[in-house]
Design a protein around this ligand. Sequence first.
Ligand SMILES: [Zn+2]
Length: 262
Amino acid sequence: MKKCIPFVFILFIVTIGYSQILKKEIPDKLVVLTFDDAPASQYSVVAPLLKDFGFGATFFVCEFPPNHKDSTLYMNWRQIKALDKMGFEVANHTHTHANVSKLTQSEFNAELEYIENKCDSLGIQKPQNFAYPGYGLNANALEYLQKKEYAFARAGGNRAYDPLTDHPFLIPSWATNADNKNEIISALEEAKNGKIVVITLHGVPDVEHPWVNTPPKLFREYLQYLSDQNFKVVSLRDLQAYIDVDIAKGSIVPDLDSPLKN
Ligand SMILES: [Zn+2]
């Protein structure tokens, strides 16, 4: 009996990292769609199309200055509430699209709490996840997010998310624009062997920020491709079915030197 103990112990050590961070195996072809900045087309174009395809998604909302009150350019809160009611995730992108690497803890908290309070007052599920505006981040931002008990935070970096090595507050993503279809299609091929592909989109179309424009025709092509190729398309919060974020945060050292900007 005694002879068995070292073997069992070694087996335990070998499997501990894998089995604890992952609640279940990451399937191939797992893709997360995220939409930033609350442009009006996310309500009028994106949400109905996602529903048609039965896809999940996360909407990182903010009140983008200076024109967020112009309903031809941005969603209003009634429309954001409708996204929540449709089953999509509404998540936090700060009140004013602030570069959080330049904020004190109390300034960052105020940016987060504005969106949290808006959601609370409208009966929208409490935001669990965050996306860094302009991909601005630093070690302090991670600490503040942890104190506010956020689960995941999305960055950029043009690479796939490996839940065993990427810290949950440094989730990499690719961002779409009007001209990088080939890059996005080949990125989707990396959703295998335990890695998840996270895509960042803005307006479909994006009137105010043409450098992150995704034309509606191209967006439809992406959804059709994902459907035809049998990808599983989910929101960021859906990843908690696969990943124990507390254990991941306790065992993965955040690598701020890895590519994190798009
Ligand atoms: Zn943004």
